[in-house]
Design a protein around this ligand. Structure first.
Ligand SMILES: O=C(CO)COP(=O)(O)O
Length: 264
């Protein structure tokens, strides 16, 4: 059976300028070093705003940090007349490992369609970046009990023409919109239900090996007090953390979920 390394991903959203980013990252690295964190057991990644990425790269390289980092979005294009957009190739040059694609805030505030998200998945892969594909339903869809169907349709649309080999490297983040920044967390059972449904659908679209390899994260009001019970679920391979990742000590605790018997 494939061993999936858990991933704790901190999405800073539009918070922390490049000075604050350096400070926060340094504190996170020190806290994890003090705790003798084993990065091969639980991977830790941060997702700063674009303007912080060069500073983050400089710090990671200078201090040889094992923390990885990603972008919060990227362009579907490689270069050209796309004012304000950021090329995946530029991100790759900055040592970026991951790129969030299709975050619910991009879908909602920037009207990103499933077709555009599919293009962004391809543009990330082409540049050698690992897409973290975000999917999930809003409150009305959940109330109508259509959440599984809705989320799987988003998944299928985003994976159009993506090969099994590519999907094996991919990360999928299930983020129910109603649980983002609201303090309302889906139950560990909700997180498991959808993570399992996603894995089963990947198996149907591709094969069992691909389904066993793809990492599925849960996101939505994850904190150090609830992470362990979510991570105890067999199909959940990590968390995409917003607000709680801005506090380096709290985010370090989340990454150290195995060491802290929290929330159990
Ligand atoms: O959207 C999220 C991460 O991408 C979740 O945000 P919160 O952890 O603040 O709810």
């Amino acid at each position: 059976m494939t061993q999936r390394t858990p991933l704790m991903a901190g999405n800073w959203k539009m918070n922390l300028d490049h000075h604050q980013a350096t400070h926060t990252l340094q504190k996170l690295a020190w806290t994890l070093k003090d705790a003798k964190h084993d990065y091969s057991a639980v991977e830790v990644a941060v997702f700063p705003p674009f303007t912080d990425l060069r500073s983050v790269q400089t710090l990671v390289d200078a201090d040889k940090l094992q923390i990885t980092y990603g972008a919060q979005d990227l362009s579907a294009h490689e270069s050209g007349a796309y004012t304000g957009e950021i090329s995946p190739a530029f991100l790759a040059k900055l040592g970026v490992t991951y790129a969030l694609v299709g975050h619910s805030e991009r879908r909602e505030y920037h009207a990103e369609s499933d077709a555009l998200i599919n293009k962004k998945v391809h543009s990330a892969l082409k540049a050698g970046l690992v897409p973290i594909l975000c999917v999930g339903e809003d409150l009305d869809t959940r109330r109508a009990a259509a959440h599984v169907q809705h989320t799987l349709l988003q998944l299928e649309a985003a994976l159009a023409d993506v090969t099994a080999e590519q999907v094996r490297t991919l990360v999928i983040a299930y983020e129910p919109v109603w649980a983002i920044g609201t303090g309302e967390t889906a139950t560990p059972e909700d997180a498991q239900e959808m993570s399992e449904a996603i894995r089963v659908r990947v198996g149907e679209l591709y094969d069992a090996e691909t389904a066993a390899a793809v990492r599925v994260l849960y996101g939505g009001s994850v904190k150090s007090s609830n992470v362990a019970s979510i991570m105890a679920k067999p199909d959940v391979d990590g968390a995409l953390v917003g607000g709680a990742s801005l506090d380096p000590e709290e985010f370090a605790k989340i990454a150290r979920f195995q060491a802290h018997e929290v929330g159990l």
